[in-house]
Design a protein around this ligand. Structure first.
Ligand SMILES: [Zn+2]
Length: 155
């Protein structure tokens, strides 16, 4: 989904990040042909590109429906006790939604792997994964350690 840039800030790695109108963030790295933004290094360049639209992958995350209640939370997982069933694929049954909450580090989250509709995300403490019922999801550790748990919601 295309989203306009509202502002920019520098992250802790000294890289420029765009603040999109949807509230998500986009790392701005000049890396043609994937991203063309040689202007990112100057204040004038950034000012001129406020309002530009970029594809926001994070907006493709399903939204947890309103009105559900938290039914169960998993234990906390990390690299050492990472469950095999999350790597190989997890599906929640009819009516049950999962919210993958990262407490520290980063986690790869793939919706419907091996399908044309496959979508991959990098979860972190500011961006949770949402599992809709009856879809296959893969969870994999990203770089470094990660701590996370899954909250299960139903009506
Ligand atoms: Zn977004």
């Amino acid at each position: 989904m295309k989203r306009a840039i509202k502002d920019f800030h520098m992250d802790r790695f000294q890289e420029w990040v765009a603040d999109l109108e949807c509230g998500h963030e986009l790392k701005m790295r000049h890396n043609p042909p994937y991203m063309e933004c040689r202007w990112i290094g100057t204040g004038k360049g950034r000012q001129e590109h406020i309002g530009d639209e970029f594809e926001c992958i994070d907006c493709e995350m399903p939204a947890l429906p309103e009105g559900l209640s938290l039914k169960e939370s998993s234990e906390a997982y990390d690299r050492d006790n990472f469950p095999d069933h999350l790597r190989s694929g997890i599906t929640t049954p009819d009516g049950v939604w999962g919210k993958v909450v990262v407490e520290a580090g980063m986690l790869q989250f793939v919706i419907e792997p091996e399908s044309d509709a496959s979508r991959g995300f990098l979860l972190d403490p500011s961006f949770a994964g949402v599992m809709a019922p009856n879809l296959l999801h893969h969870l994999l550790p990203a770089m470094g350690n990660v701590t996370f748990h899954i909250d299960y919601y139903a009506a």
